[in-house]
Design a binder for this molecule. Structure first.
Ligand code: GCW
Length: 704
C-alpha cells in the first residue's frame, strides 16, 4: 500500500504542466527523455541513490538528483542510506585526509562508473552537489557535449553574482522586472522563488551572491535589514551559496552618527569592527563586502585624503577574525576633460599593488571603459602581481540592447578571458590571471552583474537565460568553449532536435558580433543614448561630464574617426605589455575589431579589408541589420521544434531588435556622413530617414 501511495504521489507531482513553457524552469526542466532507448539505458543506471551523508548540502545534492532523475526517467528513484547494488548512484564524501581529497579541493568531484554502479565522490558536500548537477546535465544533453566520468574542479574559488538591486525593489540596469528580493516581506515571508534561484545558481557552480547594488544604501547594515539578509542566507546555504553585501563607505556617519568616515580614524575603525562582528552574528558564514568607493559620486576614502588601500585595509582588518573578504572595485574615473578615461583605473590602482591586506580582492571590469559591446581587456589584468584581481563581467545587457536584443555573451566573455596579457610571457591570459595561476593569487573571484528579475522567465528576453548559464559555466571553467556552452544550454532548455540545435547554436554564437556590427563596428564605443544607454546617440556632445558624451570617444572630424591612444595620442596603449602594444599600435596591423579603440583613421584610408574606412563602416552597419533579418528567418525554421510560447516571445523581440538595428544604422551612418562628406558606397541604399528625423526618434527615449 505505501508503495502504491508513493507511486500515486509521484505521478501527481511529476505530471507535466499543461501550460506552455513560460521559461520559469530555466535549463532545469527534467522533462521525460523522449528517446526510449536512451531512457532505458539511463533508467537501468539510476534505480537507487545512496546518500549516507546528513549535512544540508549533501542532502540537497541527493534530493536534486532524485527530482531530476525522476523527471527525466518518468518513474520513482529511491533514496537509500546505504547499498551499492547495480543500478545505484552513490554519493560519497571522502574521509578527511584521504589521499584524493586534496586533488578534488573544496568544490571538486569525481564521477566514476563500474559494473553498473555510478559514484560521485567529493571531499566536501558542495562537491557532491556539483557532481549531482553534472550528472543531470549529462543526461539532459543526452551525453552529446562531453564525457561523464572524470575529475572536475572549478578554476576559480568564488563564482559570484553581483545584484544591482535596490531596497525599494528596483534594479539598476535591470531589464527583467523588479528585484527578486522582497525586502518588505522578509524575514517573515520566504518567497519560494529564492530557493529556485539558489538551485539555478548551484546547477552552474555559482557559490556567492552580493544581494544589493554597489550604489549601496546604508540600510542593509541595520539590524532590521540584517535579519532579512539572514533569512535569505538561510535559503541559499543548503545550495552552498554564500551571501555578500555591498556597503556604503559613509556608513559610520550615516548609521553610527560619527563625525567622519575617515578610515584611519580610531572610532571609525572600531565602528566597522563592531559592525562586522554584528553581521556575523546574523550570518555566521557571511562572505564579505563589495565596495564601490569614490566612483560616480559614491563616498570613499579619498574624501578624507586617504587611498583606496587605506579604505580597503581598514575593512579587511575588521574581517580578519571572521575570515571574510573585502572586494574593492577598481571602476573609478575622474572627470578630466584632458585625460583619457581608459587610463584612470590603472593610474589609480597600479601604484597600490602590494599595499592591500591579504583578504582584499580588487574587482576589475573586463574592459577599461564600461561593459561596451566590445572592449580590449582591462590593462590592470597582468599589472597587479601582488593583488588578487577579480573579473567583473556584466550579464545584464546595459549596453547590449536591454531585453529586446538577442546577444549571447559567452563569446564576449571568452574574448576577454582568452586575451594574452603577456604578464609572465606568452600564455599569461586574462583567464589565468583571474584564476590565480599567473601570479599565484591566494584568492580568486569571477563576478557577473546579474540579469535576473521578477519576470516569470527570470531574464526578460528568454534567450538571455543563456547568458546567466554561460557566466556560471565559464566562472567554473574558463576553458569551456562558447560552442559547447551554447549547445548544452540549447539542449537543456529548448530542444534535442539535431537540426534545430545546430540552428539555435549558430544564432547564439553569431549574435554578439551582429550586435557589434549594427551598433559599434570596428572599435567604436560609448556612442549610445545618454543616461539610459539605449539606442544610438553619436551626436551627444554635452553632458554632466565630458566622458559621458559620445564625441569624447569617437572623435569624428573632417579627417577621420576614432580615438588615438598611441604614443602620439593619449598613450593609453603604453599601459599594456610590449607584445600587446605591438598587436594594436600600428593602424595597418591592428585588427579591425579594435581599430577605432586605438587609432584616428582617415576616412579615405584603405583598410586590410580592401575598403576605405568610410565604406567599411557603412558596410558593417548595413550588414548588421541584414544579419538581424537572417536571424529572424532562421528562428522561424525552428518553430516546430521549440515551445510555442518561447517561439513567439523570441520572435517578437527579434522584430523589435530589427527596428532598433535600423535606428542604429541610420543614425550612425547619417551622423558620421556629416564628417566624411561622402556618398554611401555603391550597392547600399541610403537611409530613408534624415538625420534630423533620427535625432527626434532617438531623443524620445530621453524624455521623462
Ligand atoms: O556602467 C555603469 C552603470 C552604472 C553602474 C556603474 C558601476 C552601478 O551605468 O549604473 O552603477 O557602471 O558599475 O558602478
Amino acid at each position: 500500500m505505501p508503495r502504491l501511495l508513493g507511486l500515486f504521489l509521484f505521478l501527481l507531482i511529476s505530471a507535466p504542466a499543461a501550460n506552455a513553457d513560460d521559461g520559469y524552469r530555466l535549463w532545469l526542466k527534467y522533462d521525460l527523455i523522449s528517446n526510449p532507448q536512451l531512457r532505458k539505458a539511463y533508467a537501468s543506471m539510476a534505480r537507487f541513490i545512496t546518500c549516507s551523508e546528513n549535512d544540508p548540502v549533501s542532502k540537497t545534492a541527493c534530493l536534486e538528483l532524485q527530482a531530476g532523475l525522476q523527471g527525466l526517467l518518468g518513474r520513482p528513484v529511491l533514496i537509500q542510506a546505504s547499498g551499492s547494488k547495480p543500478g545505484t548512484i552513490e554519493l560519497l564524501l571522502l574521509p578527511k585526509g584521504a589521499p584524493d581529497a586534496d586533488n578534488l579541493g573544496k568544490d571538486g568531484f569525481k564521477i566514476q562508473s563500474a559494473r553498473g554502479r555510478l559514484t560521485i565522490v567529493a571531499a566536501q558536500p558542495s562537491g557532491l552537489l556539483y557532481g549531482a548537477f553534472e550528472l543531470l546535465r549529462y543526461i539532459q544533453t543526452e551525453g552529446k557535449t562531453g564525457e561523464l566520468s572524470g575529475v572536475r574542479r572549478p578554476r576559480v574559488q568564488f563564482r559570484m553574482l553581483n545584484h544591482w538591486d535596490n531596497p525599494l525593489g528596483t534594479i539598476e540596469r535591470g531589464y527583467a522586472g523588479a528585484s527578486l528580493w522582497k525586502w518588505y516581506e522578509l524575514p517573515e515571508t520566504i518567497d519560494p522563488r529564492y530557493r529556485d534561484y539558489a538551485r539555478a545558481n548551484a546547477s552552474i557552480g555559482i557559490n556567492a551572491v552580493v544581494v544589493n547594488n554597489v550604489n549601496a544604501s546604508a540600510r542593509f547594515l541595520t539590524p532590521e535589514y540584517l535579519s532579512k539578509v539572514k533569512a535569505l542566507a538561510d535559503v541559499l546555504r543548503p545550495y552552498s551559496i554564500k551571501v555578500f553585501l555591498s556597503i556604503n563607505f559613509a556608513s559610520p556617519k550615516i548609521l553610527g552618527k560619527l563625525k567622519t568616515s575617515d578610515p584611519l580614524d580610531p572610532q571609525v575603525r572600531a565602528w566597522w569592527q563592531e559592525k562586522v562582528r554584528e553581521v556575523y552574528s546574523y550570518v555566521p558564514d557571511f562572505g564579505g563586502f563589495l565596495v564601490k568607493a569614490n566612483s560616480e559620486g559614491e563616498p570613499g576614502p579619498q574624501e578624507h585624503g586617504r587611498t583606496h588601500a587605506d579604505g580597503a585595509n581598514m575593512l579587511a582588518d575588521a574581517f580578519r577574525p571572521h575570515g571574510g573578504l573585502v572586494i574593492w572595485r577598481a571602476f573609478v574615473y575622474g572627470p578630466d576633460p584632458k585625460g583619457d578615461r581608459f587610463k584612470e583605473a590603472y593610474q589609480e590602482f597600479k601604484p597600490l599593488d602590494g599595499q592591500f591586506a591579504p583578504n582584499v580582492v580588487v574587482q576589475v571590469k573586463n574592459g577599461p571603459i564600461d561593459f561596451q559591446p566590445r572592449e580590449p581587456f582591462h590593462p590592470l589584468f597582468g599589472a597587479m602581481p601582488r593583488t588578487p584581481l577579480a573579473m567583473e563581467f556584466q550579464i545584464t545587457q546595459e549596453y547590449l540592447g536591454f531585453s529586446t536584443n538577442l546577444v549571447f555573451l559567452a563569446p564576449l566573455f571568452k574574448e576577454c578571458l582568452d586575451s594574452d596579457t603577456y604578464a609572465r610571457g606568452k600564455g599569461s591570459t586574462v583567464a589565468r590571471v583571474v584564476d590565480g595561476s599567473v601570479h599565484d593569487y591566494p584568492v580568486t573571484v569571477m563576478a557577473g552583474v546579474a540579469n535576473t528579475g521578477s519576470d516569470r522567465n527570470w531574464t526578460g528576453h528568454s534567450m538571455s537565460q543563456a547568458n546567466w548559464y554561460a557566466f556560471g559555466r565559464l566562472a567554473w571553467d574558463h576553458q569551456h568553449s562558447s560552442a559547447r556552452i551554447a549547445e548544452e544550454w540549447t539542449r537543456m532548455t529548448l530542444t534535442q532536435d539535431p537540426s534545430a540545435v545546430a540552428t539555435i547554436k549558430d544564432i547564439l554564437l553569431g549574435s554578439r558580433e551582429t550586435y557589434v556590427r549594427f551598433t559599434t563596428p570596428m572599435g567604436l564605443h560609448h556612442i549610445m543614448g545618454q543616461g539610459i544607454h539605449f539606442g544610438p546617440e553619436p551626436w551627444l556632445a554635452r553632458s554632466a561630464r565630458p566622458d559621458w558624451t559620445s564625441i569624447y570617444y569617437h572623435r569624428a572630424d573632417s579627417i577621420g574617426l576614432g580615438f588615438d591612444r598611441t604614443s602620439q595620442g593619449s598613450q593609453a596603449l603604453s599601459l599594456y605589455a610590449p607584445e600587446v602594444q605591438k598587436q594594436w599600435s600600428h593602424p595597418d596591423s591592428c585588427e579591425l575589431p579594435y581599430l577605432l579603440w586605438f587609432h584616428h583613421i582617415p576616412w579615405d584610408k584603405t583598410l586590410s579589408s580592401g575598403r576605405t574606412l568610410w565604406d567599411e563602416l557603412c558596410f558593417r552597419y548595413y550588414a548588421g541589420v541584414e544579419e538581424v533579418a537572417v536571424i529572424q528567418a532562421r528562428w522561424k525554421t525552428v518553430q516546430s521544434q521549440v515551445d510555442p510560447e518561447w517561439f513567439a516571445d523570441v520572435q517578437g523581440r527579434l522584430a523589435a531588435q530589427h527596428r532598433e538595428a535600423l535606428n542604429w544604422r541610420d543614425a550612425c551612418v547619417l551622423y558620421f556622413q556629416t564628417f566624411s562628406q561622402k556618398p554611401l558606397p555603391p550597392g547600399l541604399t541610403p537611409p530613408k530617414r534624415t538625420l534630423e528625423e533620427m535625432k527626434r526618434i532617438v531623443e524620445i527615449y530621453q524624455l521623462r
